[in-house]
Design a protein around this ligand. Structure first.
Ligand SMILES: Nc1ncnc2c1ncn2[C@@H]1O[C@H](COP(=O)(O)OP(=O)(O)OP(=O)(O)O)[C@@H](O)[C@H]1O
Ligand SMILES: [Mg+2]
Length: 371
């Protein structure tokens, strides 16, 4: 999968633009507030997914503008394809290869990308709910039926919790708890199975990515903690008394967690800023690799502001060693753009995106010579 060209007008602060990126690395640099993340967002929107910044569709149209229109030419399934998108009155209108589509969901899966943005650091820094979400949304991409399973589990959990709250006033309802426990265990065990399998597949890939980023000096390991011991039905019956006292279900996959360890200790408590960032990156790169195995296409990698806090070895790996993948990487300083061995550089200023030529190696060696 690779972007061949992107056109955009009326999108956020970006001036009308026609971008022809490199099939390899693309560095987008410029000062704060100039439009770098907006440019990544303009690519991401074609995945059909929600904004990675939690923005509403209406917010992406230029302030005081009527509509935004974007088109993306990309190479996928061995042919050139095109998605056009208009954003108007908070709604998205898509065409795929010239054919009108009724909703975003009809383009999902056509153009695939993986995004790292600074908000994703919460994957390591915060509590388990973000990690469960990461696993579930990755699973849904590679196995669409998983989304239905999550809905069924959550619905059943909601009903069991409601019942737990009612039982003290209506003890006759106690018998029905058995039925909900059975349903919850069925859905829950399947969910656990899915997550366990996913983590098993993800772990070696994430470990390899982390090894690359850290220059082989550190190790990352993953394991899934399922949120209960033995079987879910046993856990539910054992914790029934407690559940009734608190009015909610204390055990189950809704309490599961993805344990991330660096050099054998939890990344959340012991990892440095740069190590935590590297761990999230490794997870994202591994997610991309798994998506590739599933769809046969390498997703486009979008890295927003990933380089800060990383030492030069780690930066160098991201700039020059993500072979075979198309990468868009934003940063504030022009320095990384200079260190890019192959690929293209784009300078963003006040919403204008300008391709800049590679640095002249002669000038780099003798900076005073041309003055
Ligand atoms: N709908 C919109 N219409 C016009 N301008 C907008 C809109 N949404 C955001 N902007 C402007 O876009 C700019 C931010 O762009 P962006 O987030 O891409 O910056 P950035 O280059 O990534 O900066 P940083 O390095 O700080 O992350 C802000 O100045 C903001 O006011
Ligand atoms: Mg930004």
């Amino acid at each position: 999968m690779r972007v061949e060209s992107l056109e955009a007008s009326g999108f956020r602060n970006l001036s009308s633009l026609g971008l022809f990126p490199s099939p390899g690395a693309n560095v987008i640099y410029g000062e704060n507030g100039q439009g770098k993340t907006n440019l990544l967002e303009a690519i991401w929107i074609f995945t059909g997914g929600r904004s990675f910044r939690g923005a509403k569709d209406g917010e992406m149209v230029r302030l005081n503008g009527g509509e935004a229109s974007l088109s993306l030419s990309f190479f996928s399934e061995e042919r050139k394809q095109e998605i056009c998108l208009r954003l108007r009155e908070g709604k998205r209108f898509f065409t795929l290869n010239g054919v009108k589509k009724r909703s975003s969901s009809e383009v999902v899966g056509k153009f695939c990308a993986v995004i790292f943005s600074p908000e994703h650091l919460s994957l390591v820094k915060d509590g388990p709910s973000g990690r469960r979400q990461f696993l579930d949304s990755a699973l849904c991409q590679s196995r669409p039926s998983f989304a239905g399973l999550i809905t069924q589990y959550n619905r059943t959990l909601f009903q069991r919790n409601a019942l737990l709250k009612d039982i003290p006033r209506h003890p006759e309802l106690l018998d029905t708890l058995e039925i909900w426990d059975m349903r919850l265990s069925q859905f829950g065990e399947k969910m656990t199975q899915g997550r366990l399998q996913y983590v098993e597949a993800l772990e070696p890939l994430a470990a390899a990515a982390y090894e690359g980023i850290s220059g082989g000096r550190e190790t990352l390991s993953l394991s899934y903690e399922k949120g209960y011991e033995d079987s879910l039905s046993k856990a539910l019956s054992e914790s029934r008394r407690e559940d009734m006292r608190f009015g909610h279900t204390g055990k189950g996959p809704h309490r599961g967690d993805l344990a991330i360890r660096l050099n054998g200790v939890p990344a959340r408590s012991f990892g440095s800023q740069g190590q935590q960032r590297s761990a999230v990156l490794a997870l994202k790169l591994a997610e991309a690799e798994l998506l590739k195995r599933f769809t046969g296409e390498e997703p486009v990698i979008l890295l927003d502001d990933v380089l800060s806090e990383l030492d030069s070895g780690r930066q160098e790996y991201l700039l020059n060693h993500l072979e075979g993948r198309q990468v868009f990487l934003t940063c504030c300083s022009p320095e990384p753009a200079r260190r890019l061995q192959e690929g293209k550089r784009f300078f963003v200023e006040k919403g204008n995106v300008l391709e800049t030529p590679p640095p002249d190696p002669e000038k780099e060696r003798n900076p005073g010579i041309s003055q």
